[in-house]
Design a protein. Structure first.
Length: 297
């Protein structure tokens, strides 16, 4: 095997995995490790917005930011960088754009089966292994009160539909995509640009999500509310009253002490958004957005 670039070696170190030949079991290991290591967060997005960096970071920047700031990202950043790693490791794949505003990954054989597999590290969904969505079987992935499913779209027979559920109810507008869809990051420039418009969803709130499977749970911060959900369906909701409370929760519960949440809160406040006094409407989380509005990561 050829020598890995330094960023890819650091990426694997961050995932605490060794390099192996491409295979479905290895891809599953990578997916599971990624969802636990790199958070879904918009802290980095808020800082990039402030600094005028309205593009997805390169894989080198992604790994550097993870090491020095505990950044992960939203769907574009997490999945674009993960795909770069997978390609470097010998997997064949492309980006797709389910729903026109979300980014995921399709990995093709020859080492993962006869049909493409769906991979997604940017949907705050329990996709701990690749999904052979074109094959018969149950493609639901549950974890406590949260689950997702990949089925044929009832509206477009040749398309497939990603649906996320919370407490048994549809949580976000379902995302349709065609199984032959293949995109590169350059094809998403307009969508990414839209995600940095001033009224974009993740520029007007604080959102951090991390799976912690060793503790059998996920932890979510939405503005000033900390939500811990366990695989048995138990939920723990804690309101946080100060920025120091948020910093402590992110450091202690999420194990992300380097994540600059105070800066993110200050950026929001400069934009007229106080996460402690925001109206109820402003605290509506991603999974409870109006179902007629597309989600832009």
């Amino acid at each position: 095997m050829s020598t890995l670039p330094n960023w890819a070696s650091l990426y694997l170190q961050r995932l605490q995995l060794d390099r192996k030949s491409p295979s479905l079991p290895y891809l599953s290991q990578l997916c599971r490790a990624h969802l636990q290591t790199f958070p879904y967060e918009n802290v980095s997005k808020l800082l990039f917005f402030r600094d005028g960096k309205h593009v997805a970071p390169t894989p080198e920047e992604y790994v550097h930011n993870a090491i020095h700031h505990h950044f992960g990202g939203t769907c574009y950043t997490n999945n674009h960088s993960f795909l770069a790693l997978l390609r470097t490791l010998g997997f064949f794949g492309h980006l797709i754009l389910p729903g026109g505003g979300h980014t995921a990954i399709l990995i093709d054989g020859p080492n993962t089966g006869e049909t493409p597999v769906y991979v997604d590290t940017g949907a705050t969904a329990p996709i701990f292994e690749p999904i052979h969505f074109l094959e018969d079987g149950n493609h639901t992935r549950p974890f406590g009160t949260v689950s997702m499913d990949l089925t044929k779209s009832p509206d477009h027979p040749e398309h497939y539909r990603f649906t996320r559920y919370e407490n048994g109810k549809v949580a976000i507008p379902p995302w349709d995509f065609h199984p032959n869809e293949r995109k590169e990051l350059s094809d998403l420039s307009e969508v990414i640009r839209s995600s940095f418009l001033p009224d974009a969803f993740f520029l007007n709130r604080l959102h951090i999500h991390r799976f912690q499977l060793e503790q059998d749970r996920f932890v979510v911060l939405k503005n000033n509310t900390l939500h811990i959900g366990y695989s048995d369906g138990t939920d723990q909701i804690t309101p946080l009253h100060t920025v120091s409370d948020i910093e402590a929760a992110v450091a202690d519960e999420m194990q992300l002490p380097l994540l600059p949440v105070r800066e993110a809160v200050e950026i929001l406040l400069e934009r007229g958004i106080d996460i402690f006094t925001a109206p109820k409407k402003e605290e509506i989380p991603l999974e409870n957005e109006a179902l007629d509005r597309p989600t832009i990561c």
